[in-house]
Design a protein around this ligand. Structure first.
Ligand SMILES: [Zn+2]
Length: 121
């Protein structure tokens, strides 16, 4: 059985400009972030797959009170619909819901937690 999609592998790929998802053999779902089990059917061991790096803004919001370890305020985050999966990331530039965006790098905090960064495509 495969180890599935680990958070370390996902973060390493993102540092190199790739987005990984986890594909479930049992129900066919694809998730955009590392998970130990399929959120749809509970099967374990999601297979790593490379996701598209462009999509559309599904929803976005401005973070006024950031989580601990992040000093920045008033930045935007978005859930980006990549077709196969949705992924949460930082959103830069003037993109609104429904606009096309593409992966433009990543943001890494002091703990080494990495998130994708999207800009208008
Ligand atoms: Zn599943």
């Amino acid at each position: 059985m495969s180890d599935g999609l680990t958070h370390a592998a996902w973060s390493d790929a993102l540092r190199e400009g790739a987005l990984l998802g986890g594909a479930c053999d049992d129900c066919g779902a694809t998730v955009g972030t590392p998970k130990a089990a399929c959120p749809h059917c509970g099967a374990r061991g999601l297979e790593p797959v490379e996701l598209p790096t462009a999509g559309t803004v599904y929803t976005e919001t401005t973070v006024e009170v950031p989580p601990e370890g992040i000093d920045e305020r008033g930045y935007r985050v978005a859930v980006v619909d990549l077709g196969a999966a949705r992924v949460l990331g930082r959103l830069d530039g003037a993109a609104e819901i429904g606009d096309a965006v593409a992966l433009a790098g990543h943001v890494e905090d002091e703990q080494g937690y990495v998130v994708p960064r999207f800009e208008p495509a």
